[in-house]
Ligand binder design. Structure first.
Ligand code: ADE
Length: 229
């Protein structure tokens, strides 16, 4: 069983439309739709925005639906200046940029007393996502570090800092909490994010304008990769 999470309705609408034999369930305030896609058993859900929602959603997928892979699909703001709106980032790893224990001497983004705070994505899922992306949108796919925090970023200085200090390719609000829950449960994950904005002063306008287009691209990649997993 593969868990597929989006944070917003736009990000899962196409997946829900493509599901066969769909059965709905409600758990911990989140609606889960189980069914099949290209003959693979999947559960699709909308986590809601932010790290806590995404963490609860992922743990329920693992405990109640026994998923053995998790794919997060959606949109993100670019940090890498080489990324354009519509480009796609497949996570090499994910890190929570808003954990800040610097006052106690820990580097920004480090969760104290843990083995890692930068969770590597599953190599096989990354490969499958890249192959699907390279086939559908050649020249528009990157693999890079996804940064997550409970903030919508719309500030050029902050973009430069997140890029310089944490080496992020893109920024969003859920991926690294999904990654942490998956790592703690030894479940493979990958995050696939289409760029909807550049996390700068125009981010709010671009986010609104490009979210549907960018979500469509993310869906196309998930749909294609499921045929090869
Ligand atoms: N998701 C899409 N764009 C984003 C941004 N600029 N900041 C955080 N999450 C986002």
């Amino acid at each position: 069983m593969i868990g597929i999470i989006g944070a917003m309705q736009e990000e899962i609408d196409l997946l829900l439309g493509a599901l066969e034999d769909a059965v709905e369930m409600q758990r911990s305030g989140i609606r889960y739709v189980a069914g099949s896609l290209h003959g693979r058993k999947v559960v699709v859900c909308k986590s809601g925005v932010g790290k806590v929602n995404a963490a609860i959603c992922t743990q329920v997928l693992i405990d109640r639906f026994n998923v053995n892979k998790v794919i997060f699909t959606g949109v993100a703001g670019a940090l890498d200046p080489g990324l354009e709106i519509g480009d796609i980032v497949v996570s090499s790893s994910s890190l929570q940029h808003d954990i800040d224990v610097t006052a106690l001497g820990f580097a920004r983004g480090v969760i104290p007393y843990q083995e890692t705070s930068d969770w590597a994505a599953d190599e096989a899922l990354v490969k499958a996502a890249r192959e699907a992306g390279d086939k559908l949108f050649p020249g528009h796919i990157r693999t890079g570090k996804v940064l997550s925090g409970d903030q919508f970023i719309a500030d050029r200085d902050l973009v430069a800092r997140l890029r310089d200090e944490l080496n992020g390719s893109c920024v969003e609000m859920e991926g690294a909490s999904v990654a942490q829950v998956c790592a703690m449960n030894e479940v493979p994950y990958v995050v696939i994010r289409s760029i909807s904005d550049k996390a700068d002063g125009s981010a709010d306008v671009n986010f609104a304008a490009f979210t549907v287009t960018a979500s469509n691209r993310s869906f196309a990649i998930v749909d294609e990769m499921l045929q090869h997993l």
